[in-house]
Design a protein around this ligand. Structure first.
Ligand SMILES: Cc1cc2nc3c(=O)[nH]c(=O)nc-3n(C[C@H](O)[C@H](O)[C@H](O)COP(=O)(O)O)c2cc1C
Length: 241
C-alpha cells in the first residue's frame, strides 16, 4: 500500500458512494432528516474545492411547503414548455418520466452562486468567470456523495425558471440559484439511472471518451494498456451490479 492511500475498506466506501449514487425523484419517504445528518452533509458540501478558495456557495434549506408549492408550479410550467421541444414520439415518453420530487421529499435545498464573494478579483477566475459557477457545482456533487453515504437520496431539478426561484427564496440580486435539490430517505435507490433503464439514452463506453494528447487520438491506439484496463474495470463494475 502506498503512503496516503486509503485502505481497501475506505476505498470501497468512496467508490460505493460514487457508483451507488442516483438521482432520486419517486422513491422519497416522508421521514424527517435528522439535523445532525443534515449538518454533516452540508459540511461535506462546504468542503468542496472552489476557485481561489472563494467558497461562492450558500445553501437555502427549504422546509416551508408554500414556497415548495410555488417552486412546484414553476416546474409544471417549465416542464410543459420543455415537452413541446420534443418530437411527438419522444414527447410521450418525456411526459411519462417523473422529473422532480419537490413535494414528496421532506427537504428541498438550493445551492447558490455568489460572484461577489471576497470581492471582484478571485485567483483562478480571472480568465474564465465560469470557474465560479463550477465551484458551486463541486459543492453540489460533494453533497450528493455525502448524502448517498448517509442513505439519503438527492434529486436535482433543473426544469425551473430562474426568476421564479429567485423570488420564491428572496435571493439577493446577483446571487444565482445553481442547483435546486430534493433530499430525503428513500424506499430504495434505483440500480441504474432511470433514463438508462427507460432506454432514453445509454451509458456511453468510457474508452470511447478518453483521448491521449490530441482530441482525435483515441486511447485504444495511443495507450492500449489503458484502454484494456478501462475495459476490464467496466466489466467488473457491470458484474457487481
Ligand atoms: C445539472 C443537472 C441537472 C439535472 N436536472 C434534472 C431534472 O430537472 N430532473 C431530473 O429528474 N433529473 C435531473 N438530473 C438528473 C439526471 O437526469 C441524472 O443525473 C442522470 O440521468 C444520471 O442518473 P444518475 O444521477 O442516477 O446517475 C440532473 C442532473 C444534473 C447533473
Amino acid at each position: 500500500m502506498r503512503s496516503h492511500e486509503f485502505d481497501a475498506a475506505q476505498k470501497e466506501g468512496v467508490y460505493r458512494a460514487i457508483h451507488l449514487r442516483r438521482d432520486v425523484r419517486r422513491q422519497f419517504l416522508p421521514d424527517p432528516v435528522p439535523t445532525d445528518v443534515l449538518a454533516r452533509v452540508l459540511h461535506a458540501a462546504h468542503h468542496a474545492p472552489s476557485v481561489g478558495f472563494s467558497q461562492p456557495w450558500n445553501f437555502v434549506v427549504l422546509q416551508d411547503r408554500s414556497i415548495r408549492q410555488t417552486v412546484r408550479a414553476s416546474f409544471q410550467r417549465a416542464h410543459e414548455a420543455a415537452a413541446q421541444l420534443f418530437s411527438p414520439e419522444k414527447r410521450e415518453q418525456y411526459l411519462s418520466f417523473k422529473l422532480e420530487g419537490i413535494l414528496e421529499a421532506p427537504l428541498n435545498l438550493c445551492v447558490t452562486y455568489d460572484p461577489s464573494r471576497f470581492g471582484p478579483v478571485v485567483i483562478g477566475r480571472t480568465s474564465n468567470p465560469m470557474m465560479g459557477i463550477f465551484s458551486s457545482v463541486c459543492a453540489v456533487q460533494t453533497l450528493w456523495l455525502a448524502a448517498r453515504a448517509e442513505g439519503l437520496g438527492v434529486g436535482w431539478v433543473s426544469i425551473l425558471d430562474e426568476g421564479d426561484l429567485k423570488s420564491a427564496m428572496n435571493l439577493p440580486a446577483g446571487v444565482t440559484p445553481v442547483a435546486y435539490l430534493c433530499l430525503g430517505y428513500v424506499s430504495h435507490f434505483p440500480e441504474a439511472p432511470e433514463l438508462e433503464t427507460a432506454q432514453w439514452l445509454p451509458r456511453m463506453e468510457l474508452q470511447d471518451l478518453v483521448a491521449v494528447d490530441r482530441w482525435e487520438q483515441g486511447c485504444q491506439e495511443a495507450w492500449p494498456s489503458l484502454h484494456q484496463e478501462i475495459h476490464a474495470e467496466a466489466k467488473l463494475l457491470g458484474s457487481r451490479r
